[in-house]
Design a protein around this ligand. Structure first.
Ligand code: PEP
Ligand code: MG
Length: 591
C-alpha cells in the first residue's frame, strides 16, 4: 500500500519531470535543504509562544556566530595569515547590534509577529536605508548585512526542519547531493532523493541505487517550488516527482507498485542461484558498497561478495581523515560479514566530484586534477595508514585491494611499493597481518586501457570503472547535463577500449570485471557478457535483476552481438541490438 502516516493530502497536485536514476516509488514528506533564500511568511503568534520565539532567534544568532568564526579560521588557514579573514569581523558586529535586536524583540512582544518575519523586516529596513546612502563603502556593507541576515534566517528554519526530519522519514530535496551530504545523512530516515542537478553516474545517483532509494535528478529549479512538509511522491522509474499527489495519482501508483512487486517476487526465487548463462558461462556477480552496513544488503541480495568497496566516505564527514584503527575495524567488519566471499577494497579516490566538506583549494578542472591514486601517492603517510588497515584486516578474512585512477605503469608500481613498505612496517612491529588475496588495478582512464598489457603483468585482476572511462574517453564531464548526449557508453571508442582491456587481461591470465554503472544497466548486460567480462559488480539492490538477466542470456548470442559492436556500427545500432536481446531474453524486467 502506498501510504504515509501522519500526513494528510491537502494542497493541489504539481508534477515535475527530471531523470529517473534509481528505480522505485517513494512517498514521504519533503525535507528541503537549499541555500536558496525565500522571504519568510508573516503571521501572528500566540502570546504564550513569544518567549520561545525570542530564544529561537538568540539560539540562531549564536549558531550563526559559530559558523562565521569557523569560516574565519578556515580563511585564515587558507590564506596563511594575510588578514583576509578580518572581513568576517564586520559580519560578527552585525549580530551584536543591540538596536536591531531590540527592535525585533519589540515587534514580537508588542505586535505578536513571528520571529522570522520580525527579524527579516528590521534587517530589510536597515538594508534599504544603507542602499540609499551615497557612499560606496556603506553600500558595499549591504552585501555583508544581507549575508548575515540569510544565515540567521537559514539557521532559524533549519532548526525547525532538522527537528522535524529527526522525527520523520522524508524525501531529501537538495540542489545537488554532495558526497559529504550522503556521508552525514541519517540513512534510516531518507526514503528518496530529488535534486536539481545530477546525472545517471553522478554521486547522488550511484548512492541512491546502492541504497535502493528511488531518485530523480535534474529537476529544473525544484527547490524553489517545494517546501519542507509538502507530501512528495518520487517515481524513480519514470523520472517523475509529484508534490501533494491526488487520490487518483496515488491509485495509479498503487497499480504500478503491484506490477513491480510481482517482478520482485520472481527475483527473490533466484537469490541463492548462480549467475550463469543458459549455455553455462559463469559470471562472478558481486556488489558495490559505500557504507559498511551495506555489506548485509549485498549478502541478502545474493551477491558473491563485494567487488567495490568505495572508501571515500571515511574522509567526507566533518571529522576528516580516519585513523588506522577506525579503518581496520570497518574493513574487518565488512569482510567478516560477507565471508566466505571476498571484499575488494578500493583505496581512496578523493577528488573530482568527491570532495570533503569545506575542502579548500578548489581546482579549475577537478576531474583532470588531483584525484584518486595521485592524491594517495602524494600523501604516502595517509596512504600507508589505509594500506596498513587493509593488511591487518586481511589476516582474518578474504580481502582484495585495488587502486583507482591508474593512468601510468609507474603509478601502479609505486602503489605496490607502498603496499610492500606498509607490510614491512607491520612485520617489524610484530603486528598480525596478511597480504591481500588479490591486488588489482582499476581501468578507468583511456591510457590505462591502452597499456593494459603492461599493467596486467603487475596485478591479479582488472576492474573497469566505466563511469570514468566513458567520461575520459569522450571528454565529457560525467555530471554536466549540457554535454550528457556525448556521454556514450556504447560509443565504438569505449567498446573497443573495453575489449582491449578484456583481451589484455585474459592474455596475462587474470580476471577482468566491470564495477562502473554500465554493469547495472540491463540493456548493457548482453554486451558486457559478450565482450568476455568475468565479473560484474553492481549496487546491492540491483544484484537480483542482473542475475536474472545473466541467467536468461545465451553467451553465444551475446558474443556474436559483441563482435558486431566491434565492427563498423553506430552507438544507436549497438544499443538497438542490445535492447533486442534484452527484450527477447528478459522482457519482464524491462519497461
Ligand atoms: C567508475 O569510475 O566507474 C567507478 C566505479 O568509480 P567512481 O564512480 O567511484 O569514480
Ligand atoms: Mg571512477
Amino acid at each position: 500500500m502506498i501510504s504515509e502516516d501522519s500526513h494528510n493530502l491537502t494542497g493541489s497536485e504539481k508534477r515535475f519531470s527530471g531523470v529517473g536514476v534509481s528505480p522505485g516509488i517513494a512517498l514521504a514528506h519533503a525535507f528541503v535543504r537549499s541555500n536558496f533564500f525565500i522571504e519568510p511568511d508573516k503571521y501572528i503568534i500566540d502570546d504564550s509562544t513569544k518567549d520561545d520565539e525570542i530564544s529561537r532567534l538568540e539560539h540562531s544568532i549564536e549558531e550563526t556566530k559559530k559558523q562565521i568564526e569557523l569560516l574565519k579560521n578556515q580563511v585564515r588557514e587558507a590564506t596563511s595569515g594575510e588578514g583576509e579573514e578580518n572581513i568576517f569581523d564586520a559580519h560578527l558586529l552585525v549580530l551584536e547590534d543591540k538596536v536591531v535586536l531590540d527592535e525585533v524583540r519589540r515587534d514580537v512582544l508588542e505586535d505578536n509577529l513571528n520571529i522570522e518575519y520580525a527579524f527579516y523586516k528590521t534587517m530589510s529596513r536597515y538594508i534599504d536605508a544603507l542602499r540609499k546612502i551615497n557612499d560606496g563603502y556603506l553600500r558595499e556593507r549591504v552585501i555583508d548585512i544581507e549575508d548575515v541576515m540569510r544565515r540567521v534566517l537559514r539557521n532559524l528554519s533549519l532548526g525547525e526542519k532538522a527537528e522535524h526530519s529527526a522525527r520523520n522519514t522524508h524525501v531529501l530535496v537538495v540542489p545537488e547531493l554532495t558526497p559529504s551530504d550522503t556521508a552525514q545523512m541519517d540513512h534510516s530516515l531518507v526514503k528518496g532523493f530529488a535534486t536539481e542537478v545530477g546525472s545517471y553516474t553522478s554521486h547522488a545517483a550511484i548512492i541512491a541505487r546502492s541504497l535502493g532509494l528511488p531518485a530523480v535528478v535534474g529537476i529544473y529549479r525544484f527547490c524553489r517550488q517545494v517546501h519542507t512538509g509538502d507530501q512528495l511522491l518520487i517515481d524513480g522509474y519514470n523520472g517523475v516527482v509529484v508534490i501533494n499527489p491526488s487520490t487518483e495519482t496515488l491509485s495509479e501508483y498503487e497499480l504500478l507498485k503491484k506490477e513491480k512487486d510481482k517482478v520482485s517476487k520472481e527475483l527473490e526465487k533466484i537469490i541463492d542461484k548462480d549467475a550463469e548463462t543458459k549455455d553455462g558461462r559463469s559470471i562472478t556477480l558481486s556488489a558495490n558498497i559505500e557504507f559498511a552496513y551495506e555489506s548485509d544488503l549485498a549478502k541478502n541480495n545474493g551477491a558473491k561478495g563485494v567487488g567495490l568497496f568505495r572508501t571515500e566516505f571515511f574522509y567526507m564527514n566533518a571529522s576528516g581523515a580516519p585513523d588506522e584503527e577506525e579503518q581496520f575495524r570497518t574493513y574487518s567488519e565488512v569482510s567478516n560479514r560477507v565471508k566466505p566471499n571476498s571484499v575488494i577494497i578500493r583505496t581512496l579516490d578523493i577528488g573530482g566530484d568527491k570532495l570533503p566538506e569545506n575542502s579548500v583549494g578548489a581546482e579549475l578542472n577537478p576531474f583532470l586534477g588531483w584525484r584518486g591514486i595521485r592524491v594517495s601517492l602524494c600523501r604516502p603517510e595517509m596512504f600507508k595508514t589505509q594500506l596498513r588497515a587493509v593488511l591487518r584486516a586481511a589476516s582474518s578474512a578474504r580481502i582484495g585491494i585495488m587502486f583507482p585512477m591508474i593512468s601510468t605503469l609507474d603509478e601502479l608500481k609505486r602503489a605496490k611499493e607502498l603496499l610492500n613498505e606498509a607490510e614491512n612496517e607491520l612485520m617489524h612491529e610484530g603486528v598480525v597481518y596478511e597480504r591481500p588475496a588479490e591486488i588489482g588495478a582499476m581501468i578507468e582512464v583511456p591510457s590505462a586501457a591502452l597499456i593494459a598489457d603492461q599493467l596486467a603483468k603487475e596485478v591479479d585482476f582488472f576492474s573497469v570503472g566505466t563511469n570514468d572511462l566513458v567520461q575520459y574517453t569522450m571528454a565529457v564531464d560525467r555530471i554536466n547535463e549540457r554535454v550528457s548526449d556525448l556521454y556514450q557508453p556504447l560509443n565504438p571508442a569505449v567498446v573497443r577500449l573495453l575489449k582491449e582491456t578484456v583481451n589484455a587481461g585474459h592474455a596475462a591470465g587474470i580476471w577482468v570485471g566491470v564495477c562502473g554503472e554500465m554493469a547495472s544497466d540491463l540493456y548493457f548486460t548482453p554486451l558486457l557478457i559478450g565482450l568476455g567480462f568475468d565479473e560484474l559488480s553492481v549496487g546491492a539492490p540491483r544484484v537480483p535483476a542482473i542475475k536474472y538477466a545473466i541467467r536468461s542470456l545465451d553467451y553465444n548470442v551475446c558474443q556474436s552481438m559483441a563482435a558486431d559492436a566491434l565492427s563498423d556500427i553506430s552507438p544507436d545500432e549497438i544499443l538497438s541490438r542490445c535492447k533486442k536481446i534484452a527484450f527477447d531474453s528478459y522482457p519482464e524486467l524491462i519497461g
